[in-house]
Write a new protein. Structure first.
Length: 754
């Protein structure tokens, strides 16, 4: 790159601009000039709007000129959005296959594989992103990055001035651009990723309330008989039992009795009896169902108990099914196979039903996704995005929808071109079979240091992948999942069955059960009655277990029994003091004694450890190593509580920094203490699979990582490229920084490889 010449020319542009208030011509000239100096096929400028936190493509040389003003990215979205969010250059050799790549149909970006984006910033103000793209093999190197950064910083001043002038001359310019017709807006929906993957299929819009209201308010000109009603009841029961069986078959651990409430009501003498009485008195069966059903719904809805209130949904669902069977319209309701479900409300149990009926993808409209709802969708392998576009609920049924769970978007009735693009992207994703071929049984760094890769398991379905990809143990079993997706508390026998499967499949490899991590955003409606003001800091995790000892003890007993022959570890979440750990350990000891007395087979020496998720652990860590036998750093919560930043709140995502100096130093302290005192230490939060942090983690002495099994191959490959001496030096350097910006730069040097 002809660096000096490039800078000189930008200075010229600055002069040029002084005589003009036309930002567009300035930007157009800039992209022409930067593209030609850097010998790039594409140069684009995106400008950032602070109010709606969106980047808009404002000028391009090389991409479809029609896309100017139309391509918009949220902060952090796509490689371009990422560069601005993380305020660092993003350099990719194969952009389209990067997990952060965001595809836009019709701009023809996919033709250029090499990608370089640098943020345009002025002081702390985010201005935009300057992007270069080249065809395959013409990689960008460090000198390109340096030159482009210099160009971006010069541009920052110019654009800042230009914006000011533009605002003076064209005060309504921005607003006009945002206005788009409904149909145009509905073609491409920007949303948030909840579960990765692509899905394409006809839409089924589920709006339970609307379905019910329509059924209840229609006129019934045909008079049905009592026999018709009984047939409908029998048919509904049969369907529900069949559904129950399907869920049980597919997801034995999570299934439980999702339809239990439906079936209990359906078989309730009073419910059916009251309807029959009305029919016998001459009322048309649909009206009789409506009258009694509405009474039941009102009774539950006004009960003042959240568990009972949740049951209202079950009755609604039951009424829709029953009524539809009576009117012979049931088929319309249950066709989820291969379809994209657009819905307003989604419970974990709904997800299970959709998965068992093989829905291909989900668009959740206007809902909030708790971290665990999206973890569940991922475990079930259902691509899911969340959108605020309510108009989606009014789309005609069967409208073809493409769900892009990688970028968090949905396309309504996508063109052939878009579909082709996604098909090839889909093919480029490594299938499990391909990953199996590439993965090695053991993981080592470049210099031969052995690293253990364990798996995080949410549902037994994850374990299959983990086993096929040679995971060396389960580092975190999130035991709350079966509790969350069920509608009642699983008893000891049910838990024993699930835990036994886990131990059996791991064949003697370490299995780390985390005890119930309930509370926060994972509430059990059947258990948590009062709404907490501040649930993240409320009755949760180990505190919940210690206040609900019978529930806790049942879980511990099931674990001890299931792990009789296993390398069993029991880990307590969110422990805040040694006292709390001792209380939890006491419960385990009591269970051990009780099982011994009862002569029930069980594991007599489980290892007991804690999750390091709260900052208050750090200063006590040496003392903790005398009590707990192992530690696992849950970076997701550790960062959240260390920095006081909600891990699920997008508005503060920019402050959620794994590389905050305090986080790094605290982690180092914990790891060093555990290692010095001969206690096993692992990392099981998301940092364990984020490649840019691997040198740091290995450099401070972490040798066990526990991660979502989908990342096993990727992390193994990344580790094989790391030299331990270099990693240690990198970690030292990162630990010496006090400023986040310096840390970002050190991270960049690690990330951008030549
Ligand atoms: C964590 O906090 O890092 C962790 C692994 O636990 P969870 O994500 O389930 O809260
Ligand atoms: Mg946690």
């Amino acid at each position: 790159m002809d660096n000096e010449q490039l800078l000189y020319d930008i200075g010229q542009l600055n002069n040029l601009f002084r005589d003009s208030a036309n930002i567009q011509s300035l930007l157009d000239k800039t992209v022409e000039m930067v593209a030609s100096h850097t010998r790039s096929d594409v140069c684009s400028i995106y400008l950032y709007n602070n109010e709606n936190r969106e980047l808009v493509l404002r000028a391009t040389r090389g991409l479809n000129p029609d896309s100017v003003g139309k391509i918009k990215l949220k902060l952090g979205q796509g490689l371009t959005g990422l560069a601005l969010k993380e305020l660092r250059p993003v350099c990719e050799k194969d952009a389209a296959n990067s997990p952060n790549f965001k595809f836009f149909p019709g701009i023809f970006e996919e033709r250029y594989e090499c990608f370089l984006a640098v943020p345009i910033v002025r002081g702390i103000s985010k201005i935009g992103v300057l992007v270069l793209q080249r065809k395959k093999g013409q990689y960008f190197d460090k000198s390109d990055i340096t030159a482009l950064e210099a160009a971006a910083s010069q541009l920052a001043n110019i654009i800042e001035n230009a914006r000011f002038l533009m605002a003076m001359h064209e005060p309504h310019g921005e607003e006009e651009e945002v206005k788009t017709g409904l149909s145009e807006k509905l073609k491409f929906i920007k949303g948030k990723v909840a579960s990765e993957g692509f899905a394409y299929g006809p839409a089924t819009i589920t709006n339970k309330k609307k379905n019910l209201a329509m059924l209840l308010h229609r006129d019934f000109d045909y008079t049905y008989s009592l026999d018709d009603f009984h047939t409908a009841v029998a048919k509904t029961a049969e369907q529900l039992e069949e559904l129950q069986e399907q869920v049980g078959h597919k997801l034995s651990d999570a299934a439980s009795l999702i339809f239990a409430a439906h079936l209990v009501i359906l078989k309730d003498r009073h419910f059916v009896g009251d309807i029959v009485k009305l029919i016998e008195s001459g009322i048309n069966p649909p009206l009789a169902i409506k009258q009694i059903g509405t009474q039941y719904m009102e009774g539950f809805a006004t009960s003042g108990n959240s568990y009972m209130q949740e049951k209202t949904q079950d009755i609604e669902d039951l009424l829709v099914r029953l009524m539809s069977n009576l009117l012979s319209e049931a088929e319309e309701l249950d066709k989820f196979r291969g379809r994209v479900i657009i819905t307003r409300e989604l419970l974990p149990s709904d997800l299970l039903i959709l998965s068992s009926e093989e829905a291909s993808g989900i668009v959740l409209v206007g809902g909030t996704v708790t971290s665990h709802l999206s973890i569940l969708a991922r475990s079930l392998g259902i691509p899911m995005v969340v959108s605020d576009t309510y108009e989606l609920l009014d789309l005609p049924s069967n409208t073809p929808i493409l769900v892009d769970g990688e970028a968090g978007n949905a396309y309504v009735d996508p063109s052939d071109e878009v579909l082709e693009r996604f098909e090839s992207q889909q093919k480029a994703r490594h299938t499990l079979a391909e990953q199996k071929l590439s993965i090695k049984p053991v993981t080592t760094t470049r210099d031969g240091t052995r690293i253990n890769l364990f798996a995080n398991i949410n549902l037994l379905a994850d374990l299959r992948i983990a086993c096929e990809l040679h995971c060396e143990g389960v580092g975190l079993y999130r035991s709350e999942f079966p509790f969350m997706v069920r509608k009642n508390l699983p008893n000891e026998a049910e838990q024993f069955t699930i835990y036994s499967k886990l131990c059996e499949l791991m064949k003697g490899k370490p299995v780390t059960f985390r005890t119930l991590d309930m509370g926060g955003d994972k509430t059990l409606s059947y258990y948590h009655d009062a709404r907490e003001q501040n649930p993240a800091l409320g009755l949760r995790s180990i505190r919940f277990s210690l206040q609900n000892k019978p529930v806790f003890a049942r879980q511990i007993r099931a674990m001890l029994r299931a792990g009789a022959e296993a390398d069993l570890r029991i880990m307590f979440p969110m422990v805040s003091s040694i006292d709390e750990f001792c209380q939890a350990r006491e419960v385990v000891f009591d269970c051990l004694e009780e099982l011994g007395k009862q002569g029930i087979e069980h594991n007599r020496k489980p290892k007991l450890g804690i999750m390091v998720e709260l900052p208050c652990i750090v200063d006590l860590i040496d003392d903790f190593t005398k009590e707990a036998e192992f530690f696992s750093i849950g970076t997701n919560d550790f960062i959240q509580f260390m920095l006081g930043v909600d891990r699920t709140n997008e508005n503060v995502a920019g402050s959620y920094l794994p590389h905050h100096p305090s986080v790094l130093r605290a982690m180092k302290k914990v790891v060093r203490s555990a290692n010095q005192n001969g206690r096993e230490i692992s990392v099981c939060g998301d940092m364990a699979h984020q490649e840019q942090y691997l040198p740091f983690l290995l450099g401070i002495g972490v040798r066990i990582l526990s991660l979502d099994p989908h990342y096993l191959l990727r992390v193994q490959k990344a580790i094989s490229g790391i030299d331990l001496d270099e990693a240690e030096a990198t970690a030292e350097k990162m630990l010496s920084h006090t400023k986040i910006n310096d840390l970002v730069q050190t991270l960049n040097l690690n990330t951008v490889k030549d």
